[in-house]
Write a protein that binds this ligand. Structure first.
Ligand code: SAH
Length: 214
């Protein structure tokens, strides 16, 4: 075991101060080396509570947002989970040890390739990736117990709700104005959905349509 990284300890403190309570979430985030998920130039800032650029005009979310979303998802170890927006792969690396299998979709090939290398290096064996537009979900693998969307959609995509189990939960940032997005927790019920507003967030936009092969 390497010596505990004081910057990581500060990140954990920031998570607790920010209201993340679930010990499994804290432990999962303690384990993942966030510095491997950001470009070399930002490595010294990897454990600060900020979003950082990862290329292709995308960002890795700030640790507190990852913590809040993971906690809100309330994942169980037998669950099948879908993530839309792999990006750096950080959120996926936090979630994977908490569930049975994680499916993750990314529309930028270069980002997905880099994320896959990280999953491999960290021996995260229960992640299945897909290159493409995640707005249609992953019908061949549906239904999912949990769905997490890590880019802001204008509205909750109905096609994704269809891919949730009854009782299943989706966590998704919603809002077309970059300065007015809300994080929603949507639970699928027998006859519809129940929605809870978890507060203001800021995400890169969810982009529908053709994926980017570079
Ligand atoms: N979870 C990521 C956050 C990445 S930012 C992390 O931990 O690093 C959001 C990502 O969503 C971007 O990489 C963006 O390319 C991707 N994205 C946006 N719209 C998408 C869509 N329709 N399908 C798949 N990925 C999408």
């Amino acid at each position: 075991m390497s010596a505990p990284d004081p910057r990581k300890a500060q990140m954990i403190l920031d998570l607790r101060r920010g209201g993340v309570r679930d010990a499994r979430v804290i432990e999962a985030m303690e384990r993942v080396p966030r510095d491997l998920f950001v470009p070399e130039a930002f490595r010294v800032r990897a454990y600060e509570n900020v979003a950082l650029p990862i290329g292709r005009h995308q960002t890795i979310s700030q640790p507190l947002v990852v913590g809040m979303m993971t906690e809100a998802l309330d994942v169980g170890e037998r669950m099948k989970v879908l993530e839309i927006g792999t990006g750096s792969g950080y959120q996926a690396a936090v979630l994977a040890p908490l569930c049975r299998r994680l499916y993750t979709i990314e529309r930028h090939k270069a980002l997905l390739d880099a994320a896959e290398k990280r999953f491999h290096a960290l021996r995260l064996m229960n992640i299945t990736t897909r290159f493409g537009d995640g707005s249609k979900g992953w019908p061949e693998q549906a239904p999912f117990d949990r769905i997490i969307v890590t880019a802001a959609a204008v509205d909750v995509p109905p096609l994704l709700i269809d891919q949730l189990t009854i009782g299943g939960v989706m966590v998704i940032p919603v809002g077309d104005d970059q300065h007015d997005q809300r994080l929603l927790r949507v639970t699928r019920t027998a006859d519809g959905v129940e929605t809870k507003d978890l507060g203001a967030v800021r995400f890169v936009p969810f982009v529908e349509g053709k994926a980017k092969n570079y």
